[in-house]
Design a protein around this ligand. Sequence first.
Ligand SMILES: [Zn+2]
Length: 92
Amino acid sequence: MFQLVNVMEVLVSQVIEEVIKSDKTICNCRRCRLDMSAIALNNLPTKYVVTVQGEVLHRTSVLRNQCKVDIIRALTEAIKIVRKNPHHSRED
Ligand SMILES: [Zn+2]
């Protein structure tokens, strides 16, 4: 069971949860979280790996330490953009 995973996408979804939990002023609706993830991921390098199930967690924990500063920087920028122009009111 091999699968292709963009580790950066996994990491961004993990880090965004932490960031949202630590700052209650960030909108936590699904639309805003997806918008923030999309903007951050467009500004981060993709990191594709081939994994088998169970291997994903190990690889992400190593890469997470290497990339966390960049991810937080990209997310901080994404949060600013979404906050200025949120899409949730039109969509939800
Ligand atoms: Zn929202």
